[in-house]
Design a protein around this ligand. Structure first.
Ligand code: ADP
Ligand code: S3P
Ligand code: MG
Length: 181
């Protein structure tokens, strides 16, 4: 679409609780893009929630579905895609995301991630004795991978969703050669 504000794809990456789904939806609204969430799309296609997929097929089964979904969705045009937090552990996913759009890493402290996910039962990887320790471990492994794929890194600590969406929009406008200044 030629008259569209900020054409192209925007892919959100980051750990569980970073705000990919929430801020992705707000960014899509602000840019007139269609919003997709990889996890929601997997749930819609399978008819079951993510925890049940983990229970029945294991994490490996979920990762296969996730890779197929990211390959499919990332070929669409002018979308905002919220990925799942583990998408970047697969090299093929990383390659697709980098090649097919602008990748935004929503960065948050482990304390913030924990606070934002502690009451939610829908993330099987955090249903452990010590979810904060699990987040710490995942942060160590994944932070370098998020950085590797990111075109833009946004620090989300102590900022409201509305503010973050506006800040993101502003930074993307500055990066876009066609954007009005
Ligand atoms: N910047 C923020 N400040 C406060 N709460 C937030 C922020 N970003 C997200 N949240 C909240 O944290 C929870 C997890 O957000 P979500 O978008 O599902 O994260 P993700 O998709 O990255 O796992 C939601 O309840 C959301 O409203
Ligand atoms: O970090 C992960 O490995 C996962 C993150 C989840 O998505 P969110 O990051 O949107 O919570 C979901 O894909 C699944 O529970 C696995
Ligand atoms: Mg999400």
């Amino acid at each position: 679409m030629s008259g569209m504000k900020l054409p192209g794809n925007f892919f959100l990456v980051g750990l569980m609780g970073a705000g990919k789904t929430t801020i992705g939806r707000a960014l899509a609204r602000a840019t007139d893009h269609v919003f997709y969430d990889s996890d929601h799309e997997i749930e819609a296609r399978t008819g079951v929630k993510i925890p049940l997929i983990f229970e029945v097929e294991g994490e490996a089964g979920f990762r296969e579905r996730e890779a197929a979904m990211i390959d499919e969705l990332s070929t669409l045009k002018d979308i905002v895609l919220a990925t799942g937090g583990g998408a970047v552990i697969n090299p093929q996913n990383r390659a697709h995301l980098r090649a097919r759009g602008t990748v935004i890493y929503l960065r948050a402290s482990v304390d913030d991630l924990y606070a934002r996910t502690m009451h939610d039962r829908n993330r099987p990887l955090l249903q452990t004795e010590n979810p904060k320790q699990r987040l710490r471990e995942l942060f160590e492994v994944r932070d370098p991978l998020y950085r590797e794929v990111a075109d833009l890194i946004i620090d989300t600590s102590r900022q409201t969703v509305q503010h973050l969406a506006q800040q993101l929009l502003h930074e993307l406008e500055l990066k876009s050669p066609h954007a009005p200044r």
